[in-house]
Ligand binder design. Structure first.
Ligand code: GTR
Length: 422
């Protein structure tokens, strides 16, 4: 008995010691939650008259995505999908991105070039043209697609909105590109397509006449409520999805839409407007994308609507310097994608895009995912630098370095896609 007691207490003691040791060790090892580098804050604050100081973020209260305009609290998934979601979508159309036209059109696809067995037999690639027809008039934009050759069953796919340049078929094969790492995606079992935003709607406030919006409006100037470029780019992603849906090898129910920065703003909105997208990935999207407007940190509503008036309706510009009065905020664009999946990312040095505001926005959308029977990140403390956080339908990382989309981001994103889609 004595022997047993002794043995028992030794065991308890070593257990306690082990627990204590590992937790002390874990605390010492566990890197801190991300916060902005104070030197960078100082440097940026000295250079520009925007707020980068966390202590100067105004007090704000976010609109509750689960409260209807008339004050009714949304309490069921059905109420969200049939009442609140359509109401919120309309608010965002009017106040932020504009309403897409309801004019009837046809879309057809033409293959202009093909490459078989690209990347050592991994995939077939195609240069495509999406041709939009209204009456006798046509508008077209190019896109490029790769589908894996040796997949068993239908593959999931990624539509990459590229706001920087067009990546033609031959270049996609010969030059690895961080904005579209198509080979890596194919190796992971994803088909993929990309297009260039300005081919759909020129990214220039003076070039409205040359884009899809003017084509739909038959040359007439946009009304206050009409769609703006971010929405037009998202619409372009939907046309590429139309094409992917015709391919027997692609599973159209598992398609992600991806974009960086202004493309990341367009990606969230693309998935809000088009419920066929299974995932929206918004990288460094900042103001008018994932970041909360009310924080007034980095880029502001005033700044963005002045410099890029073609991205938003004039209604959004009216909230310059009074973000607190906006009936909506950006967490609700993420909520519009629920119960589908959303991945948001920030960069350590990209304070212009407000990493904390991007993360807080994702967290503030969690109650909607939860009402819809899903899980999502609801932890208010940010993860450490370069540590991915995934909870059910949402994921996040903040990467070291500046504004951009790189291999690290894609690698984390593929992990997220795998966890949601496979
Ligand atoms: C900046 C703009 C941001 C972001 C970025 C980009 O000039 O202020 O909102 O969209 O461009 O697209 O790279």
């Amino acid at each position: 008995m004595h022997y047993f007691t002794n043995q028992f207490s030794t065991a308890v003691f070593s257990c306690l010691f082990a627990v204590l040791f590992t937790s002390v060790f874990a605390i010492a090892e566990d890197p801190a939650a991300w916060s902005a580098n104070p030197d960078l804050v100082k440097k940026l604050s000295a250079k520009r008259s925007f707020n980068y100081d966390e202590s100067k973020v105004p007090d704000y209260q976010l609109p509750d995505p689960l409260t209807m305009i008339d004050g009714t609290k949304v309490s069921s998934a059905q109420q969200w999908m049939t009442k609140r979601r359509p109401e919120l979508l309309e608010q965002f159309r009017h106040l932020v991105y504009g309403r897409r036209p309801d004019t009837e059109y046809q879309v057809t696809f033409e293959t202009t070039e093909e490459i078989e067995n690209a990347f050592d037999g991994l995939a077939n690639g195609r240069s495509m043209k999406a041709i939009i027809t209204i009456d006798q008039r046509t508008y077209s934009f190019p896109f490029v697609v790769f589908t894996p050759n040796h997949a068993t069953g239908k593959t999931p796919a990624v539509v990459a909105i590229n706001n920087r340049y067009f990546i033609p078929l031959d270049k996609a094969v010969s030059e690895p590109d961080p904005y579209w790492p198509v080979k890596t995606l194919l190796q992971q079992g994803y088909a993929s397509a990309t297009f260039y935003t300005s081919h759909v709607d020129p990214d220039n406030k003076n070039d409205y006449a040359d884009g899809i919006r003017a084509f739909f409006a038959d040359g007439k100037p946009p009304t206050d409520d009409a769609w703006r470029s971010l929405s037009a780019w998202g619409w372009g992603a939907s046309r590429v999805l139309d094409y992917l849906s015709t391919l027997p090898t692609v599973d159209a129910n598992r398609v992600a839409v991806v974009g960086h920065s202004r493309g990341g703003k367009a990606a969230i909105w693309a998935a809000a407007e088009d419920e066929r997208f299974a995932i929206a990935y918004s990288n460094n999207s900042g103001c008018g994308g994932a970041a909360l407007s009310r924080r007034g940190y980095g880029e502001t509503v005033k700044q963005i609507t002045t410099v890029f008036p073609h991205w938003f309706t004039p209604q959004f510009a009216e909230y310059a310097d009074r973000e607190n009065e906006l009936p909506i905020d950006q967490h609700e664009t993420i909520a519009l994608v629920a119960p589908r999946a959303v991945y948001v990312t920030s960069s350590d040095e990209d304070l212009w895009a407000d990493p904390r505001g991007e993360y807080a926005s994702l967290v503030a959308a969690a109650p909607v995912f939860e009402l819809l029977g899903k899980t999502a990140i609801d932890e208010p403390t940010m993860p450490p630098l370069n540590r991915q956080r995934i909870v059910g339908q949402t994921g996040y990382h903040v990467r070291s370095g500046g504004h951009g989309l790189g291999q690290v981001d894609w690698d984390f994103f593929v992990e997220f896609m795998d966890s949601v889609l496979k």
